[in-house]
Design a protein around this ligand. Structure first.
Ligand SMILES: Cc1cc2nc3c(=O)[nH]c(=O)nc-3n(C[C@H](O)[C@H](O)[C@H](O)COP(=O)(O)O)c2cc1C
Ligand SMILES: Nc1ncnc2c1ncn2[C@@H]1O[C@H](COP(=O)(O)OP(=O)(O)O)[C@@H](O)[C@H]1O
Length: 309
């Protein structure tokens, strides 16, 4: 999907929506509350429901060499938003031109001229415009000037407020129950299956390898997983997220998923791997025989962890 800029145009029937505006990386329970507020406005105004997101993530734009941190790729976000009943997702290209707009210019050029919004819902701590100059108060004032209503939604989750930062911290601890609760769905890595060193099949555990790319790094180790190999059926399996110290460490952690009771060819296909439960930390074994013994045990542990999940 091409990203939109202040000089883009959108189809006429997509204009005039009630939108939720933000980064929405993860589409977690807190984001869902903001989108529900826009949904209500869309229904009462009789207009489409839209979500406007920034792509790339503004943090990435300002910190090009920061470590990977994303909870979702752009197509996972679009799918999660469609499941909430969102009619249109507007990806606003976050570049030097957009970053330089003042809060008033953003409201005028993007919200009024480009999208023609009827309503905007944001999180209460939403900031926008050059140097984060705009906030809910200025957005509300600009809405009155440019003809849209504004709602700001307080964070949900009480003292332990649900946030992308809190989810990333839970991923680093391997606390997949906390991650799944906050996201309202398991965390999943989507990517193309790459060629590895072909050692897996000789060990008796063929593994479909997916690069982590822009995804946040979860705790390194072994997980019980469910894998969508492209037909919306979830296949059970066990996966390692690690650098494989036993066979000579990789420069970057890699996701390797072994699917139970499966023997197809997945190279080049896009698969989505849901990390359901953390089983153990990655270890360096003295021999391939010991690694293989542990992997056999991992399969048993993963099968058990997947029962009832
Ligand atoms: C369930 C599972 C657990 C694994 N645990 C470890 C581990 O603890 N230490 C390690 O060095 N590699 C571990 N690995 C990675 C293997 O070293 C790797 O899959 C194997 O070398 C095949 O690599 P290849 O796909 O590049 O051929 C694990 C892999 C799987 C599927
Ligand atoms: N049960 C399975 N789980 C995962 N991948 C499998 C399975 N059966 C066959 N495959 C295929 O085998 C490939 C992995 O084989 P492997 O020997 O581990 O090589 P690689 O080093 O490329 O990971 C996968 O990418 C997939 O195409």
């Amino acid at each position: 999907m091409p990203t939109l800029g202040p000089s883009s145009t959108i189809p006429n029937d997509a204009r005039g929506a009630a939108i939720a505006l933000g980064k929405f990386d993860g589409v977690h329970a807190g984001h869902q509350a903001v989108i529900a507020s826009a949904h209500q406005a869309a229904e009462s105004l009789g207009v489409p429901l839209g979500v406007a997101v920034f792509e790339p993530h503004p943090f990435r734009f300002f910190n090009p060499s920061a470590p990977p941190f994303r909870l979702q790729n752009a197509s996972q976000r679009v799918r999660a938003l469609s499941e909430l009943g969102v009619d249109d997702v507007f990806e606003l290209g976050f570049d030097a031109e957009l970053a330089a707009l003042s809060d008033r210019e953003f409201a005028k050029l993007v919200l009024r001229d480009l999208l023609g919004v009827a309503h905007v819902s944001v999180g209460a701590d939403f900031r926008f415009g050059k140097g984060r100059c705009g906030d809910v108060e200025s957005l509300t004032r600009l809405g009155a000037e440019f003809g849209f209503s504004v709602d700001a939604i307080q964070p949900i989750g009480g003292a332990q407020k649900i946030s992308s930062t809190h989810i990333r911290a839970a991923l680093e601890r391997g606390d997949m129950d906390a991650v799944t609760d906050a996201l309202t769905r398991p965390w999943a890595i989507e990517g193309e299956v790459l060629q590895g060193f072909q050692r897996g099949r000789t060990l008796g555990f063929a593994t479909a390898n997916v690069a982590l790319g822009e995804y946040a790094r979860p705790r390194l180790g072994v997980y019980a997983v469910r894998v969508d190999v492209g037909d919306d059926v979830l296949l059970p399996g066990v996966a390692s997220v690690g650098v494989n110290p036993t066979v000579g460490a990789l420069p970057e952690p890699l996701l390797e998923a072994h699917l139970f009771d499966f023997s197809g060819d997945l190279y080049g296909q896009t698969i989505e791997v849901e990390l359901i439960a953390f089983l153990r930390d990655e270890a360096k074994f003295d021999s391939l025989g010991e690694l293989k013994r542990q992997m056999t045990q991992d399969v048993i542990d993963a099968r058990r962890a997947l029962i009832g999940s």
